[in-house]
Design a binder for this molecule. Structure first.
Ligand code: BGC
Length: 238
């Protein structure tokens, strides 16, 4: 019987889920619940368990998490809650769901679905936070945190381009900032391709260079399948 993967994408505003077939096509429709507030581990895990119950049928689990993740342990999540610092999400979810679990940074997961696997490919995600992922010939450089890096006048990329900034300055100025950010990032990484995903990618109103592509936000779930076939297997909890 083919293996079914439950893909979960934990975001600052919503938690999304979908079951994927072994060939990457959807086995179920995607579901979304609001991220609990405050977004402490226990209510977030309960929300994931509820989604898993609705989907019912799956053999393994992939989670994209909005912060640094090492061996299934979360190293903080600025847009969730301080309690995620050093939290063993892998073990807790494995105990709760009874299926093997792999966890990676959400932008890393999104990137796994977006990349072609050749050259230097950078992924950024624009949503509640500013995510980033770097791949060299298809191999991930895990946990790149460009979003928390300085962009302008002491502000990080996330300070200037995250959801709070969008709400504050509006679409026009946010787009102008994004244009400058893309220039800065292009000079820093000299990537072959830049992929832009996340819920706010649809707000982009810029003429993008040829090597910059917008990718659908559903890649944050679809990339979960690659977690089970990629070199990231040391992140498994089972
Ligand atoms: C976090 C990143 C994450 C991004 C998108 C940022 O606040 O530092 O790890 O990928 O948000 O969720």
């Amino acid at each position: 019987m083919e293996k079914l993967t439950l893909a979960i994408d934990v975001g600052g505003s919503g938690i999304k889920s979908m079951v994927l077939k072994a060939d990457g096509t959807p086995h179920t429709q995607n579901l979304r619940v609001e991220t609990p507030k405050p977004a402490k581990p226990e209510p977030v895990i309960a929300a994931i368990a509820d989604l898993a119950n609705i989907h019912k049928e799956f053999n393994q689990v992939s989670v994209g998490f909005p912060g640094v993740v090492r061996q299934g342990i979360t190293k903080g999540a600025i847009n969730l809650h301080p309690d995620w610092d050093n939290f063993d999400l892998g073990t807790v979810l494995y105990d709760r769901l009874g299926k093997p679990v792999r966890i990676a940074n959400d932008a890393d997961v999104q990137g796994l679905a977006a990349i072609a696997g050749r050259g230097t490919e950078l992924v950024i995600t624009l949503g509640t936070g500013f995510g980033s992922a770097l791949f060299i010939d298809g191999r991930l450089v895990p946990n790149l945190e460009l979003g928390q890096h300085q962009f302008r006048s002491g502000d990080t990329y996330e300070d200037r381009l995250g959801q709070r900034a969008f709400d504050k300055v509006g679409q026009k100025l946010w787009n102008r900032r994004l244009n400058k950010a893309i220039d800065a990032i292009a000079n820093l990484f000299n990537y072959d391709y830049l992929y832009i995903g996340g819920g706010n990618a649809k707000k982009i109103a810029l003429k993008l260079p040829e090597n910059v592509k917008i990718v659908p936000n559903i890649f944050g779930l679809i990339g979960g399948l690659a977690l089970w076939s990629s070199q990231l297997n040391h992140w498994e909890q089972s």
